[in-house]
Write a protein that binds this ligand. Sequence first.
Ligand code: FE
Length: 205
Amino acid sequence: MPHDHSDPEHPHSLLPSDPALRVKALETLLVSKGLVDPAALDAIIDTYENRIGPRNGAHVVAKAWSDPEFRAALLKDATAAVSALGYYGRQGEHMVAVENTPDVHNMVVCTLCSCYPWPLLGIPPGWYKSDAYRARAVREPRRVLAEFGVTLDPDIAVRVWDSTAEVRYLVIPRRPEDTEGMDEAALAALVTRDSMIGCGLASAP
Ligand code: FE
């Protein structure tokens, strides 16, 4: 759901304790009143959960690794660059790409709810929406990363980006070593969903 983070009427402490239950109740009500078609809802969920998933984002990252012009365009205006590849739509209107370097590791959270770049990554994983991740990603990002199996050199700065309804982030993970000569499709297979949230690294070939 789009979420206006500037709305003081809806701090996240007021989110229902069981959102899934409330969603089910709303869906039941809307269907019984004939306002939504359950088959259409299923089709939307299937699109983001299975057909898109994180593969679009992996394509974008692999292209950025292989094509310096595309990488520059992506860093300059990610919304335009990914739209040119056909990746646009709800929850992806204002994209920003942040690139990991030898000195900086980027990590994405939505502290208020679960804002996430759907057209590139699909539906957010359960942990991304959890209270624990949303709170701890900003408070103790290195410990959270360690729990994901990512231990960073202390010299590497960690930058945490808070997604909003206005801006969604895509992390460009570092290109793994020994991947020279690999084509885009082979590179895309190394790009994990978590690496594009900044909670993982791209896989070794
Ligand atoms: Fe949000």
